[in-house]
Design a protein around this ligand. Structure first.
Ligand code: C5P
Length: 242
């Protein structure tokens, strides 16, 4: 192992000090957790696949003008990213009812939603990531009204673009979670997409069979978890060799 300063360790990733100021190295682990850490496991090879899938999706998004923290992939499990100040809000975009939305409102999983729905969750392990409203976010100063407007506009663009991209490879983008950060450049602040986009934080169903090709296979003990992540990478045309 190289000796580097560990800045932060999350459930699925580690952030190390980067080679230049303002950069970080994001390391993808095979560890998987669900239900706020109550379920823990290892999905062999997940880190390698998510590193590659997130690189691909962040790069495509950057090409259509969505600013992201991603700079470049360094190796099988690491990518170089810009250091940002993470906004402690998870933005969830939903196109089809599933997961906590189905549970909360009793809407059967798979029901198409009349329009895309955005939800916010406050990032806090101790509090179980509670759902919050715009009022909470601005009143408690987690993000300002302009930050929030930017986050919503970017989330909807990401949803439009990724829904089309996945449909093109026979996958339905049911829902996903995004995180954003503040990036300062020349005394100007921009909101940029951060964290990762992978089957860990998206629900992806096969268009024809509705087979789940995402972390729900781990959450619900459906088996063939690694194979599902591999299938997503294969359809994106980026399956790592070996
Ligand atoms: O569990 P729930 O239905 O609220 O999840 C909505 C979407 O957000 C899913 O794609 C899930 O993978 C993602 N999510 C996440 N991290 C969380 C909570 C949800 O990536 N802490």
């Amino acid at each position: 192992m190289t000796r580097r300063r560990r800045i932060y360790e999350g459930k699925a990733k580690v952030l190390f000090e980067g080679p230049e100021p303002g950069t970080l190295v994001q390391y993808f682990k095979d560890d998987a957790t669900a239900f706020n850490n109550q379920k823990k496991g290892v999905i062999t090879g997940k880190g390698v696949l998510n590193n590659r899938i997130s690189e691909y999706l962040m790069s495509r998004l950057s090409e259509i003008g969505v600013p992201t923290h991603f700079m470049r992939r360094l190796n099988m499990r690491e990518q170089l990213v810009r250091e940002v100040e993470i906004i402690p809000i998870e933005v969830v975009v939903r196109n089809v009812a599933a997961g906590s939305l189905s549970r909360r409102f009793g809407i059967p999983e798979g029901t198409p939603l009349p329009r895309s729905i955005i939800e916010y969750y406050y990032k806090s392990d101790e509090l179980n990531d509670p759902m919050v409203s715009e009022e909470h976010i601005t009143a408690f100063g987690w993000a300002g009204p302009q930050d929030l407007d930017d986050m919503v506009a970017l989330s909807l663009r990401v949803n439009d673009y990724l829904s089309g991209l996945f449909l093109g490879i026979g996958l339905k983008l049911v829902d996903f979670k995004l995180e954003f950060g503040r990036l300062w450049e020349n005394e100007e602040m921009r909101i940029v997409l951060a964290d990762e986009i992978s089957p860990d934080n998206c629900r992806l169903w096969d268009v024809k069979t509705n087979e789940k090709l995402d972390k729900d296979r781990f959450r619900q003990d459906l088996g063939r978890v690694e194979e599902a992540y591999q299938e997503v990478a294969r359809r994106l045309g980026i399956l790592p060799e070996g």
